[in-house]
Design a protein around this ligand. Structure first.
Ligand code: AMP
Ligand code: MG
Length: 418
């Protein structure tokens, strides 16, 4: 087992120990945001027939070849076709058909002239009227072909594609009402600490509320996983060991927080080592050096630190990518931008620091990063008021106001390109 490893090494290590989960099928609406687990085909041509893209008059374009304002071409309106109807009668030379958007184009005609540029000579433009065309029209004008969106049996969404809301509509049009997607990981969220009480309780002396379980479950949900908050575990080897044994049997991924350092009551490392394989214990990052990862009975177990910000950053950088990989996503890095630092930032700790803070734009439109004043690893409120984390690379080089820093955007999906 290696000593302190980089954030990238830690992430790759975790990713190398998780697999894409099996497929499941979901209904159309539930497919939004999910990853297709198979190639999906259309059962029909979409649209199934050539149709009008405008409300207008369907004509044979040849007949209007010499139409002009001086020499308009008049025609009889012999029928009207609404969307949903089919007109199968003949259309002779000198005749046209009033047609609505979406209505099938009869075989005898090949072009649609929109209402607005057609003069009504006699009647009201409905069947029985006479209309005049003052300009030629092109073959295929205002006509949408059959199969323009998809051909029957064609693959419309490929395995691995993330299905977006438009994709849900695309699938609907193609009759793909049961959608194969990769399953969401069921993740156990376990807070370890004899000081912890449920948030619904008012803590007695020496106790604090368990806030991590809720932040981590929310983060898991934001990553597409299905979290279950398990009961708080007291700081004993036996209690933790029993909880981990049960959890790995019931879940796809197990996350704990607390008890991850070298204190007298920190048991996640020895428990993972004893029950399975321990792959990592410390990562070169701040907040959150104590990041434990291993496999127990085939299930990944990640031990986050107890300090709220440390648990949050550890989840964000190391657990979220794993949960995404399990669902078939292939992008694991949140979008990053370079911003100028709003004020001096001293650096004494050589670890890579994830500064919580706010990314904004100045009057000229340039990105500015303002670090939160309090960078304590014990605080959630600072992250609630932040929208990104800026990276202070390994080493002890301080940064002065106006120098560039790389910012990781939070709450922006990994697929987004900036
Ligand atoms: P530990 O990693 O167990 O040493 O915990 C570090 C700090 O985080 C201590 O001050 C703990 O009380 C606090 N802490 C641990 N677990 C939680 C939790 N679930 N919610 C809020 N704070 C916690
Ligand atoms: Mg503790």
């Amino acid at each position: 087992m290696a000593d302190m490893i980089s954030v990238e090494e830690a992430r790759d290590l975790v990713l190398s120990h998780v697999e894409v989960l099996p497929a499941e099928t979901v209904s159309l609406l539930d497919a939004a945001g999910r990853v297709a687990a198979a190639d999906i085909t259309s059962d029909i041509d979409v649209s199934p027939f050539a149709h009008s893209a405008m409300d207008g008059f369907a004509v044979h374009a040849d007949e209007l070849a010499h139409a002009s304002a001086e020499a308009p071409v008049q025609m009889d309106v012999i029928a009207e076709i609404a969307a949903g109807e089919v007109y199968e009668g003949p259309i002779d030379p000198g005749q046209c058909v009033r047609i609505m958007t979406g209505a099938p184009l009869p075989d005898a005609v090949d072009s649609v002239v929109k209402y607005e540029i057609v003069d009504v000579v006699e009647g009201d433009g409905k069947p029985g009227s006479r209309v005049a065309f003052t300009a030629p029209t092109k073959v295929h004008s205002n006509v949408r072909d059959a199969g323009e969106e998809a051909k029957a049996d064609e693959t419309i969404v490929h395995r691995g594609e993330v299905i977006n809301p438009a994709g849900v509509g695309f699938l609907a049009g193609c009759g793909a009402v049961v959608v194969p997607v990769y399953r969401r990981p069921r993740i156990a969220i376990i807070s370890i600490g004899s000081e912890l009480v449920d948030p619904s309780e008012v803590p007695t002396p020496g106790k604090i509320r368990n806030s991590n379980s809720y932040a981590l479950a929310a983060s898991a949900r934001a990553a597409g996983a299905l979290p279950t908050i398990l009961p708080i575990v007291e700081d004993t080897h036996e209690a933790l060991s029993a909880t981990i044994k049960n959890a790995v049997a019931a879940f796809d991924f197990v996350v704990t927080s607390g008890g991850a350092s070298n204190g007298d009551f920190d048991f996640i490392k020895p428990v993972v080592k004893e029950l399975g394989q321990l792959f990592m214990t410390t990562v070169n990052m701040r907040p959150g050096k104590a990041q434990t990862f291993g496999i127990v009975d085939g299930t990944p177990v990640f031990g986050l630190p107890g300090n709220p910000a440390a648990a949050y950053v550890g989840f964000e950088m190391l657990v979220r990518p794993a949960l995404r990989k399990m669902q078939g996503y292939t992008h694991f890095e949140r979008p990053r931008v370079t911003a100028t630092l709003a004020h001096d930032e001293k650096k004494k700790d050589p670890r890579r620091i994830f500064l919580r803070g706010t990314l904004s734009k100045d009057e000229s439109g340039a990105y500015v990063f303002t670090p939160a004043k309090n960078q304590s690893s014990g605080l959630f409120g600072v992250i609630q008021r932040s929208n990104c984390m800026a990276l202070m690379p390994e080493g002890t080089e301080s940064r002065t106001a106006g120098t560039p820093v790389e910012c990781i955007l939070l709450d922006v999906n990994e697929e987004v390109v900036l």
